[in-house]
Design a protein around this ligand. Structure first.
Ligand SMILES: [Zn+2]
Length: 259
């Protein structure tokens, strides 16, 4: 199972950017908890650098992620410009434009662009401590400008979509690297998957997979005995699979857990 460290930028005596009483550290924490929850629902092992309003230096944040042995670090921030309402948009910062972190940064930006944010792009910031001192691929997401009324309106109105989009960008990266879905791991480790359908017709399986994918689930199709099986997962922990099953059933899917 992939492990992702989620960092709510700033905290405690460091509010980050502030605009008309709105403090970046609060937006960051709310978003971090929402993104983390979606990742956990999708079978990701989530480590939070903070879950409440405490001060940490960027070095402490990077060190915490290193000590947690996370596979990725995602640091969540809001941007700020010198003058109010000067700029709008999302950008994601990386140590350098290479590898999995570039892919994850582009995936996240793409998801947020679909919600109506201007996509400023991926930028290299090798001087940022949280990116430089973390041992794993790390991205720093600037989720719109906190001193832009337009971006704040989007941030508040589309908050759930933003959390889902960032989580989806992370999950897509994990999936393309084989870290999140491991249906055929040899050896003794058992993986649990939640099956939502078994179809003779591939098109029907693809339709359900696309539907699940659009809802943010890590889903894939397996061919077995002439059937196309649509499955969500995989989970190493049965409890996580059961939790996912509950969510899927709540959304109207008929499910059962398989290994
Ligand atoms: Zn910040």
């Amino acid at each position: 199972m992939a492990k992702v460290a989620i960092d709510a930028g700033h905290g405690g005596s460091d509010p980050g950017a502030v605009f008309e009483g709105r403090q970046e550290k609060d937006d960051n924490l709310r978003l971090a908890l929402a993104v983390g929850e979606i990742l956990e629902q999708n079978g990701v092992d989530v480590f939070y650098t903070r879950t409440d309003d405490v001060y940490q230096t960027p070095f402490q944040k990077a060190t915490a992620a290193n000590n947690a042995d996370a596979d990725f670090l995602v640091s969540l921030h809001r941007n700020s410009s010198p003058m109010p309402n000067q700029y709008t948009g999302v950008e994601t910062l990386v140590y350098d434009k290479s590898g999995d972190k570039l892919e994850m940064a582009e995936n996240i930006n793409g998801q947020l662009e679909q919600l109506g944010f201007r996509n400023i792009g991926v930028k290299e910031r090798p001087g940022l401590v949280v990116l430089r001192r973390s041992k794993m691929p790390a991205v720093l997401v600037e989720a719109g400008f906190i001193n832009s009324e337009e971006d704040n309106r989007l941030f508040d109105e589309e908050f759930d979509g933003i959390a889902k989009g960032i989580a989806q960008g992370i999950l897509d990266t994990l999936n393309s690297n084989g870290a999140a879905q491991m249906p055929n791991i040899p050896g003794q480790t058992v993986y649990y998957r939640v099956q939502t359908g078994a179809y003779r017709n591939l098109e029907n399986a693809i339709r359900q997979r696309d539907q699940l994918e659009s809802e943010g689930y890590p889903v894939f199709i397996i061919e077995k005995d002439g059937y196309y099986l649509v499955q969500v997962g995989a989970f190493r922990n049965l409890g996580n699979a059961t939790r996912m099953e509950g969510i899927l059933r709540g959304n109207g899917y008929q499910t059962y857990i398989t290994t």
